[in-house]
Design a protein around this ligand. Sequence first.
Ligand code: ADP
Ligand code: MG
Length: 232
Amino acid sequence: MRGEERARRIFSTAREEKRSYVLEYEVKEILKGYDIDVTKEVVCKTADEAAQVAKNIGFPIVLKIVSTEVVHKSDSGGVKLGIKSEEELKTEFDKMLALYNGKFSADALKGISVQEMVSGEEVIIGVLKDSQFGHMMMVGMGGVFVEVFKDVAYRLAPITEAEAMEMLKELKGFRLLDGYRGRKPANVKSLCETLSRVSTALEELPEIKEMDLNPVFVNDKRAVIADGRIFI
Ligand code: ADP
Ligand code: MG
């Protein structure tokens, strides 16, 4: 299914459930429809199901809470990184379920996402829609670069891959992607592709008011979305 059709279905589900935001796994479903690389993941209901999925994905595994009532997952203990074995996975899965079961309604809790663990430099991609100018895209290096140094670059959508590259070169933290201190250079081309494909999605989906892809991991092989939120 193409991205636009996926998005329309997911947006209408969100509206039916009276929410204006789209959950991480739904955002990733939409982005896949635009050929954007996202972490492999399956939302599971039981520890046994999770163990099966983890076998296919391969360890280490990440677990994340999937609830319509949880927007910032790690704030409430809803992200567990670096799970190395089936035994650990089952224990952590049941712990996370128990943590959220009492707190939220059963309707809100959709399960736990069993997810591929990725690595690389953390980049953030943001989008904000201005009623007059349309979608403004932002990219920055993650962590302290954004929080402390406000090291980000902006462009109005639509943008091409070449324009995405210009944005990246404006960042002081660009050196981190460019083979800093003997590290392998990151696959900057795939990050530029990701940015221009996000731009294509924005053109087709004017109902997007805000989008937050944070983080996107970029390593020598790929740029892959590890978390995402959309507001409609
Ligand atoms: P939150 O809803 O709190 O923003 P995230 O999904 O962004 O939750 O997870 C919190 C942090 O965990 C991320 O900023 C990132 O550093 C790390 N993380 C999340 N998903 C993955 C993953 N699939 N692989 C590796 N690290 C991850
Ligand atoms: Mg995040």
